[in-house]
Ligand binder design. Structure first.
Ligand SMILES: Nc1ncnc2c1ncn2[C@@H]1O[C@H](COP(=O)(O)OP(=O)(O)O)[C@@H](O)[C@H]1O
Ligand SMILES: [Mg+2]
Length: 312
């Protein structure tokens, strides 16, 4: 039997007359990664704040680690770790001091080695005795997450853990998240990036205007949106005709003279497509590889773009 690490029904939250969460239901099985996907202002942080007892819901029930957030906040807090959207790191302290502070504040741990272990694990040992103010964005996020792990939480909330990070730090963060999962931790992750949710999550939910407009595995979600494809634009209808005939599974747009061909976008498959065109002496005026992102998800699922997502 799988148990729910997080179970939410009918969650509503308004600020003044502005409804931010308008009846959210979700269930996160223990030991899985759940990703809440949505653009800026969708209500991701508000959801995290309610689930982590920082904000009170207007209505609905929220159980985290088997405890009700409204009536058993203390029990919830002792089971969870939260890495907020804005780093909780004290800039004036060194990395080591930040971690030691968490150990000192933690009721559950007094293990002397824990600080060194975490510094090692997050590749921060070298910078351990420098002030956190000198850390890069990626190092700061890692330190923040390391601080979250001091109490050995079973459920971790990560609010946009990679927003603003360079691609390499992003990948490092993904590796760390996968390691946590392998250790049996449950992870609730918010993100604005479809590829991040796709890489990490067992279940993805898309938040739009205070409601979850889609929920499912990455595969289920991606089936509802156009996949990665190569797009060609031709100079004439004749060329478009020929290309549509010789490139399998393609979709044509006669007005734009474009052809969309499903492809993983890798050099090998793109070369095959271009070779095929060359065989028929076809030249495309324009050529691009398109990977679906959050905008594509929103357009496909809601019929509008990410600019208008906040509930009225
Ligand atoms: N304390 C608050 N008071 C009033 N409005 C708020 C408050 N917190 C968030 N909001 C509003 O709720 C909406 C959702 O915010 P938030 O949960 O931070 O979104 P996200 O994290 O997805 O960017 C935004 O329009 C924001 O302005
Ligand atoms: Mg936020």
């Amino acid at each position: 039997m799988t148990t729910s690490a997080i179970a939410v029904t009918g969650l509503r939250k308004a600020f003044g007359d502005k409804t931010v969460l308008d009846g959210i239901d979700l269930d996160v099985p223990a030991g899985t990664v759940f990703s809440l996907l949505g653009p800026n202002g969708a209500g991701k942080t508000t959801t995290v704040n309610v689930l982590t007892t920082l904000t009170k819901a207007d209505s609905g029930t929220v159980r985290v680690a088997g405890h009700d957030v409204a009536t058993e906040a203390k029990a919830v807090r002792s089971a969870i770790g939260v890495t907020g959207q804005f780093a909780a790191v004290d800039e004036l302290l060194t990395g080591r001091e930040n971690l030691q502070l968490m150990v000192d504040l933690s009721p559950v741990t007094d293990d002397k080695r824990i600080v060194d272990n975490l510094l090692q694990r997050f590749d921060l040992a070298e910078a351990a005795d420098k002030a956190a103010a000198t850390y890069s964005g990626g190092m700061r996020r890692k330190l923040d997450l390391a601080m979250t792990l001091v109490g050995d939480p079973k459920i971790i909330f990560l609010d946009e853990p990679t927003t603003g990070l360079d691609p390499r730090s992003r990948r490092t963060m993904w590796t760390i998240i996968r390691e946590l999962l392998a250790d049996g931790v449950t992870i609730f992750l918010t993100t604005q990036y479809l590829d991040e949710a796709d890489q990490l999550a067992d279940q993805i939910a898309v938040l739009d205007k205070g409601r979850l407009v889609a929920q499912g595995t990455p595969e289920e979600l991606k089936r509802q949106i156009p996949g990665t494809h190569v797009r060609f634009r031709f100079g004439s209808v004749e060329d478009l005709d020929t290309a549509a005939r010789i490139l399998p599974d393609s979709t044509r747009d006669d007005d734009a003279l474009t052809l969309r061909v499903p492809s993983d976008g890798g050099t090998q498959s793109v070369r095959t497509l271009l070779d095929r065109l060359a065989e028929y002496s076809l030249d495309a005026d324009e050529f691009s590889v398109n990977t679906p992102d959050l905008d594509d998800v929103f357009l496909a699922l809601t019929g509008h773009d990410t600019a208008e997502v906040v509930a009225k």
